[in-house]
Design a protein around this ligand. Structure first.
Ligand code: FAD
Ligand code: MG
Ligand code: MG
Ligand code: MG
Ligand code: MG
Length: 551
């Protein structure tokens, strides 16, 4: 550790280490990546690391395959099967990328430096803090769990975000069963210990409740026959339904299935306080109710990390909840800083903000009116820059802009119509209602990481050749198309070898066949052959021997 710290200090001081390695070449630009989760790791895997001097900083020296975390809580999959050491990922890139296990606690965009603190222990000289300069900074630090400042949550509930969380939950489930088995407990106390509460009916909460139910009914009931009838699982959700981000059919199926399984789904209840022994929740009809519990898992959504909140204050985003980027994933007003994944959100440019500019560009003959042809000529640029236009046309079942123009003018008029600026504004006045925020998922984070790496790989080319395809706004011409998300579908595992899948085009499939689809997709998506082998063998072991209940 001491040697490593010496290296870090020397590195931070010298600052020009690329020039030392390759004296004849101009120093490469410094890219610093914060985070080794879905966004950061995908960026690194796709980056041409010969082009830059790359440094990676993260408090975790591994990547974790989060979609399988709920499986770790029940022992279906082992923790080591879903993590890949980041140094192994980097080694495959030719070993040029440097990794520092540390946490960034401050970004200084003026001097282009970040402040970091090593978290590998107190044996470091000083306080383990160091500075790193960047030319380009990729912020991919993810989010933290949001407790909405509910009292007692941090002290008494488990979260399910990291591998350690999943391991702790598993141990805690086993502790509850062992405690409930002790000879001197009365029935009430046994029941309390075997009451498992899941707060939050989103995909993570639902999947965890389902996998806990499987673990209890398929494995633990055999090992604890005398107390198994006392087990209760409650799922508490403040909204009227669980899985609201999915199609109604999936929500209904899930609620029915949980009902049949005996999972107590409490919708319309908001948890307001958690103490060591009770959970207090609120419902307009019943008022406050308190229930004793043995273990609780809190899974109600995500919030922004404190150092990112500080950074947002510095760059004039104090009034926002999430760090905003433009459609090229650049943090606004902040040269060289990019943000991807759960820590950021794309601020999609609104058509109505640029409408005069669009009109001016489209009106080639400067007649003060637009013909359908004039609009059509710049349509591709509009679609790329403002994807909401296409979504709007689709939602209104319109085939093209001509329909929109006609609807603005009234149906009587035909192809020859021309729109003045007011009519053009009216025609497009509703398109911005189709602007969508992207969900906080691994799918979004990894697509953004891949997109950004491709931009970086072509950056030099773009600087020498800035003319790009998108030139509607006067803000500058872009070499690259904006980031475009491709939704590949989403799964909701519901236990008992049944999964709901919502695939593109609103194709819904629920049941055992989608469970097999789930197995094959998650086997394919593994980051390496090593983890793929481990995960598949964990699944096989579970099929043959059941889940392991020792901790
Ligand atoms: P993360 O993957 O969270 O990575 C953040 C990284 O930043 C980590 O390496 C962290 O250590 C590091 N970091 C944190 N603080 C600092 C700091 N101060 N300085 C430097 N580095 C820092 N998505 C799906 O699409 N499908 C699923 O089935 C799915 N299931 C999920 C199940 C669970 C239980 C959970 C918790 C999430 C699930 N998700 C799923 C969501 C998905 O995991 C996230 O959307 C995704 O991880 C976001 O990627 P990210 O890179 O933004 O953040
Ligand atoms: Mg990341
Ligand atoms: Mg991750
Ligand atoms: Mg995001
Ligand atoms: Mg004209």
């Amino acid at each position: 550790v001491a040697a490593a710290s010496g290296g870090l200090v020397a590195y931070a001081d010298s600052g020009s280490d690329a020039a030392v390695e390759q004296p004849q070449l101009p120093p490469r630009k410094k890219v610093v990546v914060l985070g080794t989760g879905w966004g950061g790791t995908t960026f690194l895997r796709n980056l041409d690391s010969r082009l830059y001097d790359v440094q990676v900083i993260s408090p975790r020296n591994y990547f974790a395959f989060t979609p399988l975390l709920p499986s770790v809580t029940s022992g279906t999959v082992e923790p080591r099967s879903i993590v890949e050491p980041i140094r192994r990922v980097l080694e495959k890139k030719g070993g040029e990328i440097k990794f520092w296990e540390a946490e960034c606690f401050k970004i200084d965009p003026q001097s282009k430096k970040i402040h970091c603190r090593s978290n590998v222990g107190t044996s470091l000289e000083g306080n383990g803090e160091f500075l790193v300069d960047y030319d380009y900074l990729v912020v991919a630090v993810g989010a933290r769990t949001n407790t909405f400042n509910t009292p007692g949550v941090v002290e008494n509930c488990h979260f399910l975000k990291e591998v350690e969380d999943a391991q702790k939950i598993r141990r805690s489930v086993m502790d509850c069963f062992e405690r409930a088995s002790l000879p001197f407990l009365n029935e009430e106390e046994r029941k309390k210990n075997l009451h498992f509460v899941v707060v939050g009916g989103g995909p993570t909460g639902v999947e965890f409740a389902a996998s806990l139910h499987d673990f209890v009914t398929e494995d633990l009931s055999k090992l604890y026959p005398s107390i198994q009838h006392l087990v209760k699982i409650s799922l508490i959700e403040a909204a009227d339904h669980i899985l609201t981000m999915f199609d109604k059919r999936i929500t209904n199926f899930a609620e029915d299935k949980f009902g049949r399984d005996g999972i107590d789904v409490k919708t319309g209840y908001k948890v307001v306080k958690v103490s060591k022994d009770d959970i207090t929740m609120q419902n307009p009809a019943t008022g406050d109710i308190s229930v004793p519990y043995g273990m609780a898992v809190w899974s109600t959504g995500i919030g922004t990390r404190p150092f990112v909140v500080e950074f947002m204050k510095q760059i004039g985003q104090a009034n926002r909840r999430v760090l905003a980027t433009d459609e090229w994933l650049r943090v606004r007003e902040c040269d060289g800083v990019y943000a991807i994944g759960d820590c950021a959100t794309i601020n999609q440019r609104k058509v109505m903000e640029d409408i005069s500019e669009i009109f001016r560009v489209a009106d080639k003959d400067k007649s003060g009116t637009l013909t359908v042809k004039e609009i059509q000529d710049i349509l591709d640029d509009i679609y790329v820059r403002y994807p909401q236009v296409q979504l709007y046309l689709k939602s209104k079942q319109m085939n093209g802009i001509a329909d929109l123009v006609r609807s603005a003018k009234g149906d009587a008029e035909k192809e020859s119509v021309e729109l003045n600026i007011e009519e053009f504004k009216k025609a497009l006045s509703l398109v911005d209602s189709q602007v969508k925020f992207l969900p906080a998922t691994a799918q979004v984070a990894s697509q953004q990481g891949q997109y950004l790496a491709r931009c970086f790989n072509k950056m030099k080319d773009a600087e020498e050749n800035p003319e790009g395809p998108i030139r509607i706004r006067g803000e500058g011409r872009h070499r690259f198309r904006p980031f475009r998300y491709r939704h590949l579908g989403q799964f909701a595992p519901l236990g008992g070898e049944q999964t709901a899948a919502q695939l593109p085009g609103d194709w819904i499939s629920i049941g055992h066949s989608s469970q097999w689809l789930w197995y094959s997709v998650y086997a394919t998506k593994q980051i390496s052959w090593r983890t793929r082998m481990l995960v598949v063998s964990d699944w096989t072991r579970r099929f043959i021997f059941g889940r392991d209940s020792s901790c």
